[in-house]
Design a protein around this ligand. Structure first.
Ligand code: PLP
Length: 374
């Protein structure tokens, strides 16, 4: 075991005296890609291909290749991607879709937009993603899909989840669901590992007919120009976002490796503390969207870190099944105990490729100091 020297920051110092640690530092990332980004944006302005031009087609081809799938449909947000995924599977009123309460509200919005009913299950405490053992309890004849969420960058237990989907015999156009996920959705919100300079999202699939339908639906459901057989949307990604994303995609593996390296450093600095650290799951490669510790004293710890100039975040303070907007579904506190405990105790520490080890040391030593004082 490596020993860690712990400095004791003076927590009474004014914020200006401390080394400020922002939760995110996107300008630092921009510094490294500035010339390339500005050149690409200028090209779009000069060509005036602002929408559905070569930039989006290029990004779609690159992202499909990166993900190892046949089709990528670029969209204007992750929420749009989830909504279109349900529309492409003809999920609507009377249908139920299973997801987790431990997610951002948009997962459930997509179901509500489609007219379907969200059904929430608990997470398992190690991965902190959908608990496969809880899924069968809530499957009914109306269940049409499962949307697991790879929370914090940790993949959900897809083998187990797909096996359950397959066991329940769901078929889509003759193919059993569960052999693979039919559709995966991404958000490129600026703070994500792959973040646009505005809004962005995508869905990927190996099913050509799903990809085609999604392309129609995102463009006002125009199969032919100005002809509309069903309700469509304006969910297109604009060229600026596609150009920025293509530039960033080239660096994504390197950036994710830098995140993993920093996560390992936090693990080392905070080993044997009272804070519960993210678990290592040997069959999965986490992309470390967030580094989330758990502590019963979360709100106090968070506010004292902020006094020391260290910004943190909470993903998420209230689980979706207990949000007022879904009160009519009848969930109550205690229904999803692992989810609810995590919502009360989770604290996301700053973690990004540009974060210096020096600053990480400040974060960890401040946490150690808070631990000693209480
Ligand atoms: C799990 C999850 N689903 C959906 C979304 C929505 O994505 P967007 O903000 O791009 O619409 C987010 C974005 O934060 C998310 O974290």
């Amino acid at each position: 075991m490596k020993s860690v020297n712990v400095i004791r920051p003076n927590l009474n110092l004014k914020q200006t005296d401390m080394q400020r640690v922002p939760y995110l530092d996107l300008p630092a990332q921009y510094n490294g890609i500035r010339t390339e980004v500005l050149r690409a944006l200028e090209e779009i302005c000069e060509s005036a291909r602002f929408a559905q031009g070569p930039a989006t087609a290029n990004f779609e081809a690159q992202f499909a290749e990166y993900c190892g799938v046949d089709h990528c449909v670029s969209l204007n947000s992750g929420t749009s991607a989830l909504h279109l995924a349900l529309r492409c599977l003809d999920i609507g009123p009377g249908d139920e879709v299973i997801t987790v309460g431990m997610t951002f509200i948009a997962t459930a919005w997509a179901m509500s937009y489609a007219g379907a009913t969200p059904v929430f299950v608990d997470i398992e405490p190690v991965r902190r993603t959908m608990c496969p053992a809880k899924i069968e309890d809530v499957i009914t004849p109306r269940t049409k899909a499962i949307i697991p969420v790879h929370l914090y960058g940790m993949p959900a237990d897809m083998d187990a989840i797909n096996a359950i989907a397959a066991r329940h015999g769901a078929r889509y156009r003759g193919t059993r669901v569960g052999q693979f996920s039919r559709i995966a959705c991404f958000s490129f919100y600026p703070s994500k590992n792959l973040g646009a300079y505005g809004e962005g999202g995508a869905l990927i699939t190996n099913d050509a007919s799903i990809a085609q339908r999604a392309r129609w639906l995102r463009d006002h459901a125009q199969r032919d120009r100005y002809l509309h057989d069903e309700i469509g949307y304006n969910y297109r990604m604009d060229s600026f976002q596609a150009a920025v994303l293509a530039i960033k995609l080239k660096r994504l593996d390197e950036w994710n490796a830098a995140r993993a390296d920093r996560a390992a450093y936090y693990n080392e600095l905070l080993a044997n503390s009272t804070y519960k650290l993210p678990a290592h799951v040997s069959d999965s490669e986490c992309v470390w969207h967030c580094y989330v510790i758990e502590t019963a004293e979360r709100d106090r710890v968070r506010s004292e870190l902020l006094d020391g100039g260290i910004e943190t975040a909470i993903h998420y303070p209230v689980p979706v099944h207990l949000q007022k907007v879904y009160a009519h579904l009848g969930y109550k506190p205690g229904d999803l105990p692992v989810t609810e405990a995590l919502c009360q105790q989770c604290l996301s520490l700053p973690l990004y490729p540009e974060l210096s080890k020096d600053r990480m040391f400040t974060v960890a030593s401040t946490l150690r100091e808070l631990e000693r004082r209480h």
